[in-house]
Design a protein around this ligand. Structure first.
Ligand code: FE2
Length: 405
């Protein structure tokens, strides 16, 4: 295996260097990757596929690749006190470090982003072995978050990796990894799938007054566009106390809403996040897409996932709101069993294009920072504006329990 900085400019293709092919992976920095891997595999049904640690010659960090559908999480912890993952885990707790994009040529994408005004997180480098090569290059986004560009050749081609992991075949993710092999949780998860398919969107929390700065950054540096949707107007209410705008890659592969705190009667969830995240912007939630919300939420509840509790009164008014909106726009009402939706505590929202089902987990670690959303879209491309009031009421109950309201 060779590790070499990239000096040659490589063969530039005719394609746009910032055209994103896929979300390559989402990299977390955690305090203990081995234990975090079991947590996410048990509670969310991920396969623990690959590992890189002392047993593979990695002496500074341990990394676990977890997969489900087209979702790849890379959980990384430092093995030495000066590793960045050790430092950031101390500062921020467990959380997302990197939303990594698969591109045709990582170095070309990096150079374009830098020439667009982006700041380097790390310089391009390539890892290669007898199976192929993977090139990485990183740019700095809001706060502690970065975006890596990843390009792959040979056996490390992402389409190949994706196909293999969807068929539950061992994958070779990158040089220096080895297959975990048989694992009791993997066997259980293959028999009891949770149905999570891909990352629908990734939400960032930034400081008050900085939302428009980061909207411009995504537009200029990554050449994203403002995503037009039903709820892209002001979503600030007396309950919500946040402002949000949604940026999307040119092909809508990934949507990245950006939140900032706004003045409200009570402390906003965005401010609470920042206060427990060293006043540093970062990823607030990852929305994972399913095609069967009721199955996924039931399976995750059985595994012990802690979801936000939705007040029962929510269901007294939701059907009138949602089904009226759908009928007025010529759509059929919500087809999922309404009583089952209430039992599972799932949220529903509609717009002129259809509806969506969604539910938010509680924070995934001790600090009230990162959480997941489980989302199913039936035509709607928005983010559940109608649920914001209900969500904030539920969130405020949680904040109150933590003494942070
Ligand atoms: Fe969301």
């Amino acid at each position: 295996m060779t590790i070499a900085p990239n000096t040659a400019s490589g063969s530039k293709t005719a394609t746009d260097p910032l055209q994103l092919i896929d979300v390559d992976h989402v990299r977390f920095y955690v305090g203990n990757a081995k234990q975090a891997a079991v947590f996410y595999a048990h509670t969310f049904g991920f396969q623990i596929e690959q590992v890189r640690d002392l047993t593979t010659g990695s002496r500074d960090e341990a990394a676990y690749l977890l997969t489900q559908g087209n979702i790849r999480l890379l959980l990384v912890s430092g093995l030495t006190p000066d590793h960045p993952a050790s430092k950031e885990a101390a500062l921020f707790g467990d959380g997302v470090k990197d939303i990594a994009f698969n591109v045709d040529d990582a170095e070309a994408a990096y150079e374009r982003a830098i020439s667009n005004g982006g700041e380097s997180a790390y310089e391009p480098y390539t890892l290669s072995d007898e199976f192929g090569s993977v090139t990485y290059a990183g740019i700095q986004s809001y706060g502690r978050a970065i975006h890596s560009f990843v390009s792959r050749t040979g056996g490390y081609d992402l389409a190949r990796i994706k196909k293999a992991s969807m068929a539950y075949e061992p994958v070779s993710f990158a040089p220096k990894f080895r297959n975990v092999g048989e694992h009791a949780l993997n066997t259980f998860n293959r028999k009891n799938p949770c149905g999570l398919m891909f990352v629908d969107h990734c939400v960032g929390n930034v400081e008050e007054g900085k939302m428009n700065y980061w909207v411009d950054w995504y537009e200029n540096v990554l050449e994203f566009k403002m995503f037009k949707h039903f709820d892209d107007q002001d979503i600030s209410t007396e309950h919500s106390a946040l402002m949000s705008k949604v940026m999307a890659s040119g092909n809508n592969l990934i949507k990245m809403p950006i939140n900032e705190p706004a003045d409200g009667k009570k402390k906003s969830q965005i401010l609470e996040y920042l206060e427990w995240h060293n006043m540093t912007p970062g990823v607030q939630h990852l929305a994972l897409r399913t095609n069967d919300e009721l199955h996924s939420v039931a399976a995750l509840r059985d595994r012990g996932v802690d979801f936000l509790e939705i007040p029962d009164t929510y269901y007294d008014i939701v059907w009138d709101r949602v089904n009226t909106m759908l009928t007025e726009n010529g759509h059929s009402p919500v087809k999922e069993d309404h009583e089952r939706i209430r039992e599972l505590g799932v949220l529903v929202d509609a717009d002129d294009e259809g509806y969506l089902l969604q539910l938010f987990t509680k924070p995934l670690q001790d600090r009230p920072t990162l959480f997941f959303e489980i989302i199913c879209r039936r035509g709607s491309q928005s983010f559940g504006k109608g649920n914001f009031k209900a969500l904030f009421e539920a969130l405020e109950l949680e904040q109150d329990k933590r003494g942070n309201l």
